[in-house]
Design a binder for this molecule. Structure first.
Ligand code: HEC
Length: 161
C-alpha cells in the first residue's frame, strides 16, 4: 500500500474528503519530487527513438557510486527528458529514498525507487499509475532498476549516444 501521509492539509481543504478518496483511487501520489537541481544533473547518455530524443541525467554522486560499484545514495534522481521536435514533452523521474520500497507490496516493489511522470510544464500526469513504470523497470533489478546504468562506467564526460 502507498503511504498517504503526504496528502497535504491544503489539498484536503480544497477538495474535501471525497476529492482525496478520488485522488487515491485514480491518481498516483508518490514520494518523488521534481529535482530542484535539474540543471546541475549530469547528462550521461542519449537514447533516440524515431521522433523522440531522450536525455538521461543523474547526479555526479550517483555516477561516482556506480563506477565504484557502490549502492546509489538515497535522494538520487534519475531523469529521462523526452524531447519531441526540440521541445521538452515530458520528464520521467525515478528517485531513491530510504525505505521507500516499504510503501508497496513486495510484488510491486522496485527496491527503494519510486517513479513519476511530469509533463513539460512539470505538472504530474495524474492519469498515470506508476505501477506500470515499476512493472517494466523491475526486470532491471540487478542494475538498481536502471536500464541505462550499464553505460555509466563508460561515461567520461561526453553523453554516450
Ligand atoms: C515498457 C517498459 C517501460 C515502462 C513502462 C517504463 N520504462 Fe522507464 N525505461 C525503459 C527503458 C527501456 C529505458 C531506457 C531508455 C530507452 O530505451 O528509451 C527507460 C529509462 C528510464 C529512465 C532513465 C534511467 C534508466 O532506467 O535508464 C527513467 C528515469 C525512467 N525510465 C522512468 C520511467 C517512468 C517514470 C515510467 C512510468 C511513467 C517508466 N520509466 C516506464 C522502459 C520502461
Amino acid at each position: 500500500m502507498l503511504n498517504f501521509k503526504r496528502v497535504s492539509k491544503s489539498s484536503i481543504g480544497a477538495t474535501g474528503l471525497l476529492g482525496v478518496i478520488a485522488s487515491m483511487a485514480f491518481a498516483e501520489e508518490t514520494r518523488v519530487t521534481f529535482p530542484e537541481n535539474l540543471d546541475e544533473l549530469t547528462h550521461y547518455t542519449t537514447v533516440r527513438r524515431g521522433e523522440v530524443t531522450e536525455h538521461i541525467k543523474t547526479t555526479d554522486e550517483a555516477i561516482a557510486a556506480i563506477k565504484a560499484g557502490e549502492p546509489i545514495p538515497f535522494g538520487t534522481h534519475f531523469v529521462l527528458e523526452d524531447y519531441r521536435e526540440g521541445e521538452i514533452y515530458r520528464y520521467f523521474v525515478m528517485q531513491k529514498g530510504e525505505d521507500w520500497g516499504l510503501d508497496y507490496d513486495e510484488d510491486r516493489r522496485t527496491g527503494d525507487w519510486q517513479f513519476q511522470w511530469y509533463w513539460g510544464d512539470r505538472s504530474i500526469n495524474m492519469d498515470e499509475n506508476t505501477a506500470r513504470c515499476q512493472g517494466c523497470h523491475e526486470s532491471q533489478e540487478s542494475s538498481e532498476y536502471l536500464y541505462t546504468g550499464y553505460r555509466i562506467p563508460h561515461f567520461e564526460g561526453t553523453p554516450i549516444d
